[in-house]
Design a protein around this ligand. Structure first.
Ligand code: ADP
Ligand code: F6P
Length: 331
């Protein structure tokens, strides 16, 4: 039988994401309601290495479910990739009696968690990233809010773009993953979408597409460009020169990572936070929680990290097809 757990910790790591607070709140309140002591580690692995640990009571997580960001702060911590950093992190856990740790972050954070598990700390990972780029799960905490934030911003740019009969290149977040770009492409009816997964895009094809759309009477042309492709300003200059149509670039940037989480992010993050505690109480370790085929599930960390997932080819194809509002000539 698993030894009874007394103290657990929780940290947020990597890029912040709306809903992380809901997950932290769930870990704290679920833990406390099962008689555990819960400690918050500040600034991700940085705080674990440098002993920034504080007790969390039920009131410490009041009024946070509706707040974006993370009350625990977050950081990227290169030291955690070294053996010395890992040993210092383990030492902090031992000093504070932290036997179980919930790590909220992405793939990189899971790798750090796996290394802590090798030293006997029970770890559970929760998928926290606006990018949706964790292979073992169809849902990540923050994606729903971020994609809705980007969608609303693009709607606004589209208004002014249509009034001025301009072309707009709108850059959304996603250095390596184009999920936000693809979803906005469909949700905003973009005429073109550029994804890091398909880096060899053809600029001449976009120019031809803009000119063809204009011939058929479209007053705007929205190109959703993922951060991983980038260069939106220079792309806008080249497109304007080639088409003679005024073209503007808008980079949405970090506003996509902030804001009050949607109901979905609050509910899923709360559910996953509770699941993490339940798994620890069952004596489990090296697990990550995910959402697959309509259910909350958990996987071994290494198994999860070995999984791959791609962007939907079908959705890429329909996204552009749906933005045409004219009849194509019969071939
Ligand atoms: P994410 O968790 O969103 O993928 P990062 O890749 O920035 O974000 O990783 C977050 C943190 O996780 C890093 O700053 C580092 O502290 C830790 N980390 C990432 N990769 C590793 C690794 N291979 N070994 C140990 N820790 C890692
Ligand atoms: O991983 C989330 C994310 O927002 C990516 O979409 C983006 O590429 C990156 O983080 C930006 O990181 P930073 O906060 O360091 O600018």
């Amino acid at each position: 039988m698993a030894q009874k757990l007394k103290t657990i910790g929780v940290l947020t790591s990597g890029g912040d994401a709306p809903g992380m607070n809901a997950a932290v709140r769930a870990v704290v309140r679920r833990g406390l309601s099962h008689g555990l002591q819960v400690k918050g580690i500040l600034r991700g692995y940085d705080g674990l290495i440098n002993d920034e640990v504080k007790d969390l009571g039920p009131k410490d997580v009041s009024d946070i479910i509706e707040r974006g960001g993370t009350i625990l702060y977050t950081a990227r911590c290169p030291e955690m990739k070294t053996e010395e950093g890992v040993l210092r992190a383990v030492e902090t856990c031992r000093r504070h009696g932290i036997e179980g740790l919930v790590v909220i972050g992405g793939d990189g954070s899971y790798r750090g968690a796996g290394k802590l598990a090798n030293h006997g700390i029970n770890v559970i990972g929760l998928p926290g990233t606006i990018d949706l780029d964790i292979s073992c799960t169809e849902y990540t905490i923050g994606f729903d809010t971020a994609v809705n934030t980007a969608m609303q911003a693009i709607d606004k740019v589209r208004d002014t773009s249509s009034s001025h009969e301009r072309c707009s290149i709108i850059e959304v977040m996603g250095r390596d993953a184009g999920y936000i770009a693809l979803w906005c492409g469909i949700a905003n009816g973009a005429e073109d979408i550029l994804l890091p997964e398909k880096y060899d895009y053809d600029e001449q094809k976009i120019i031809d597409n803009i000119l063809e759309n204009r011939r058929y009477g479209k007053t705007h042309h929205i190109v959703v460009n993922a951060e991983g492709i980038g260069h939106s300003a220079s792309m806008a200059r080249r497109i304007e020169a080639a088409t003679g149509i005024e073209t503007r670039a808008t980079i949405l940037g970090h506003m996509q990572r902030g804001g009050s989480p949607t109901a979905k992010d609050r509910v899923y993050a709360s559910t996953m936070g509770c699941m993490a505690v339940d798994l620890l109480l069952q004596g489990k370790t090296r697990r990550v929680v995910g959402y697959k085929d309509g259910e909350f599930v958990d996987y071994d960390i290494d198994e999860a990290l070995a999984m791959t997932k791609g962007i939907s080819e079908y959705q890429c194809e329909i996204a552009v097809d749906l933005s045409h509002n004219y009849l194509k000539p019969i071939a």
